[in-house]
Design a protein around this ligand. Structure first.
Ligand SMILES: N[C@@H](CCC(=O)N[C@@H](CS)C(=O)NCC(=O)O)C(=O)O
Length: 258
């Protein structure tokens, strides 16, 4: 029987969200990791959409959205459900993070990193098939220009994204003021997992380091922004959730094309 296969852009925070859920649910899966843009071909071949992650299950069903993968983990995995029955708050928060926080942290991360050749090359060199890394490095300026256009990565976009992140972090700070352990009470849910993984590009958890440039290559302006977010109540929550997850730099998954 084939193992479920997760097609990813290795460092994407939406892919991190899916990986976290699969790991937590103790699903025995393989990861087919790619660089941005190079991910289109394997996704298309699998019958997915153009965005990663996509999960190809053992019976060849194709899940094309990270939230669907979390729900699949609830049905097929071994962990406590991420979406407890009847808790609409979890669904609403998860959806809000997906729609607003995720695009905002991605844009801000790219805004600081894409201009920095050494940091970008460092990230690109860590995962994915060798040929993609070689070609990706050669085509870096072109790929960066395409990403900038597609994701509207410019100063105005970065400012809009900062406003979204500030608003979300502010709301979370308010929510956890009462001392609750997790976003929806005393139990870890999809809201927590989604918040922490989608916040990762701006709080830079140690456990996500394998997908980030080495710390000595962080552009100073980016390090400063991240430092500010890490000090907020929401930033502290994201870092604590990562600590609880307890995964150090991840052992290279059993890489395979799906
Ligand atoms: N709603 C989707 C969003 C996934 C997403 O935006 N993935 C990005 C990587 S962070 C992607 O594959 N982008 C490629 C593209 O849009 O062309 C999910 O939750 O899975």
């Amino acid at each position: 029987m084939r193992k479920p296969c997760l097609i990813t852009i290795a460092f994407s925070h939406y892919c991190e969200k899916a990986r976290w859920a699969l790991d937590r649910a103790e699903v025995d899966y393989v990861e087919d990791a790619h660089l941005p843009l190079f991910s289109y071909l394997p996704l298309m071949r699998a019958g997915a959409k153009r965005t990663a992650p996509a999960l190809v299950t053992a019976d060849r069903a194709v899940l094309v959205d990270s939230t669907d993968i979390l729900r699949w983990c609830d049905e097929h995995g071994r962990a406590e459900p991420l979406f407890p029955a009847g808790d609409g708050d979890v669904d609403a928060l998860e959806d809000d993070f997906d729609r607003h926080l995720g695009p905002a942290t991605r844009r801000l991360g790219y805004y600081y990193l894409l201009d920095d050749k050494r940091a970008t090359l460092d990230v690109m060199g860590k995962h994915g098939p060798r040929w993609e890394r070689v070609l990706g490095k050669a085509a870096r300026p072109l790929a960066a220009a395409m990403l900038r256009r597609r994701l509207k990565i410019d100063q105005a976009g970065a400012e809009r994204s900062r406003a979204v992140i500030d608003r979300t972090f502010g709301e979370i700070g308010e929510r956890v003021k009462d001392g609750r352990k997790y976003l929806c009470g005393e139990r870890f849910t999809a809201a927590d997992l989604t918040f922490a993984s989608l916040a990762a590009p701006v709080v830079l958890p140690e456990q996500y380091a394998d997908y980030l440039p080495s710390e000595d290559l962080w552009p100073p302006a980016f390090a400063k922004v991240a430092d500010g977010y890490r000090k907020t109540a929401a930033g502290k929550l994201a870092l604590r959730l990562y600590e609880e997850r307890g995964r150090g730099p991840r052992a290279e998954p059993e890489a395979r094309a799906c």
